[in-house]
Design a protein around this ligand. Structure first.
Ligand code: HEM
Length: 164
């Protein structure tokens, strides 16, 4: 039914806006402003972890709903592996799904770096400057990979939409 499809696409788009828009906002707007306003790296990391935790409350459900509605969008193809492998649309969908799996992996690593015991040590200022620097670098690299993968997924959504 067309209305049903429109509603699913709408939900897919809202969740995409939350996930990709939110990540880009943190990377492009929030992080640079924080750098100019909070002089110590340790305090910036503390604030960023709090922002990340708060964002995840909406971002993680959005990502899960993206996957569920994405599978719904792909149901004809997923039920027909031959078509998935032999058509250009199917191939692009496979790449998009592969990128989503890579995104889940990088996000899992990102969250794992800042697990509870590490967060507590940061909040209690138990790390020395060298350890904080190393931790920050790891979080930034994996965070950047996550954002780049999200933007790439949008490219494949556009390719699917255009029917290339
Ligand atoms: C981070 C995860 C994802 C993001 C940001 C995302 C984003 C988008 C966007 C913006 C669209 C355009 C709306 C449209 O044209 O219908 C779209 C469409 C679509 N998405 Fe996703 N998506 C994600 C995950 C998935 C997953 C996991 C699947 C499949 C299992 C999927 C399958 C589709 C399909 C089939 C379409 C319709 C394309 C068409 O127009 O033919 N998406 N997605």
């Amino acid at each position: 039914m067309a209305l049903e499809q429109a509603i699913i696409t709408w939900i897919h788009l809202i969740c995409s806006a939350i996930w990709v828009g939110g990540s880009l906002f943190i990377a492009i707007v929030f992080a640079p402003i924080l750098k100019t306003m909070v002089p110590t790296m340790e305090e910036r990391l503390q604030i960023m972890i709090k922002v990340g935790r708060r964002f995840n409350k909406i971002a993680v459900p959005a990502l899960l709903i993206l996957i569920a509605t994405g599978i719904w969008n792909s149901k004809e193809f997923l039920g027909n592996p031959g078509y998935l492998m032999s058509s250009s649309y199917g191939n692009m969908l496979i790449i998009k799904m592969f990128l989503v799996v890579a995104l889940l992996a990088s996000f899992a690593v990102h969250v794992r770096i800042i697990r509870k015991d590490i967060e507590e040590k940061i909040m209690k200022k138990e790390f020395d400057e060298k350890q904080i620097k190393k931790l920050r670098k790891k979080i930034i690299i994996v965070g950047e990979i996550t954002v780049v993968l999200s933007v790439l997924i949008l490219l494949f959504a556009a390719i699917l939409d255009a029917g290339l």
